[in-house]
Design a protein around this ligand. Structure first.
Ligand code: DAH
Length: 337
């Protein structure tokens, strides 16, 4: 016999305990499913005496309707609850402070390197590159520095084998380009160079920009004009420039180029060692011997060359007194550029 009341009570307790639509669905299957409690009750119907059948059937149907209605109303409650929870979770608190992205920026060395390249490119110079692992022939020999030449001592070299080294300057690119191309030539060669050296003004790796111009009538005044224009664009148009006699094996005559000290305006200070001048690059007219090494006729061609340190120029431009700051990756330093 159907105990309608106790089944109803159990059902009410169970439906009130459902906390999710999934649980409600389980409950629906438990009572109304093919093998559900009510369905199995109905199966016993044909075995009952005729007069009981009607009452029993009515009771089961009433219970079924009751359960269906309860499930439907519980369902709308749960759906509403679900929606409220989802909205609460998705809510955006517009009073919270925003998340901000830290933007990266160009490293000061790259920034100045790009400015230097720009200046020369606007003067019609091309840009060339060469390997950082270099042969003795290109780094020294073809630049008029044979083995045992004392000038090699000025550049403390990282040797890999006796004939292979990390290039100590960008000058070997001069040779590599002249071997491949015929004059007229006008290019710069920016890049990394390496020397076994480390202190407040030296790092084992640093950057140079080499320059070379070769034609049938290149003169020292062309060199002066190009370098003065360069200095006036990189520093300021009023910066005094002076060419001081010097020596490099690959140029003759050679010069070191100074600018009026930008710290004391030429009056003399600690940084310019009271001279009023700061050295910023080396230059000169290409040594005829170098032309011979690459098969150019020194009776036909003349040229000038120059080489500068990018770190040094950056330090002067921004009054930085320790070269190592460039490579410590301290954001407090790097964010100032
Ligand atoms: N290569 C030289 C150095 O690293 C710099 C230099 C001087 C390059 C004079 C030149 C030059 O092309 O003409 O010290």
């Amino acid at each position: 016999m159907l105990d309608s009341d106790s089944l109803k009570k159990t059902f009410i307790a169970e439906i009130n305990a459902t906390a999710s639509l999934a649980e409600l669905q389980q409950l629906r299957v438990k009572y109304l499913g093919k093998k559900g409690l009510l369905t199995s009750q109905l199966k016993s119907l044909p075995t009952l005496p005729a007069e009981e059948r009607r009452l029993f059937g009515k009771a089961v149907n009433e219970l079924k309707e009751f359960i269906e209605a309860e499930i439907a109303s519980r369902e709308s409650v749960l759906i509403e609850e679900d929606r409220r929870k989802r909205l609460a979770a998705e809510a955006i608190d517009v009073t919270l402070p925003g998340k901000y992205t830290l933007f990266g920026r160009e490293h000061p060395i790259n920034k100045v390197l790009r400015e230097i390249i720009d200046v020369f490119v606007t003067m019609g110079f091309g840009v060339e590159e060469g390997p950082e692992v270099e042969l003795d022939y290109y780094n020294f020999e073809a630049l008029n520095m044979p083995k045992d030449h004392p000038a090699r001592d000025m550049q403390d070299t990282f040797y890999i084998t006796e004939d292979v080294m990390l290039r100590t300057h960008t000058s070997p690119v001069q040779i590599r380009v002249m071997e491949k191309k015929k004059p007229p030539l006008r290019f710069i060669a920016p890049g990394k160079v390496y020397r076994c050296d480390a202190d407040i003004s030296h790092t084992p790796m640093f950057h140079q920009v080499e320059g070379l111009m070769v034609d049938t009538d290149v003169s020292f005044s062309d060199l002066k004009g190009v370098l003065e224009t360069f200095i006036h664009r990189i520093f300021s148009p009023e910066t005094p420039v002076r060419f001081r006699p010097s020596f490099f094996p690959f140029t003759e005559p050679s010069a070191e180029v100074d600018i009026g000290c930008i710290f004391c305006k030429g009056r003399g200070c600690q940084i310019c060692k009271t001279s009023g001048w700061l050295e910023i690059l080396g230059a000169g007219m290409v040594n005829p011997h170098v032309f011979e090494m690459v098969g150019y006729d020194p009776e036909v061609y003349t040229g000038f060359a120059f080489g500068m340190g990018v770190e040094r120029i950056t330090m002067l431009k921004y009054s930085i007194d320790d070269i190592r700051l460039f490579y410590e990756n301290d954001l407090r330093f790097l964010r100032q550029f």
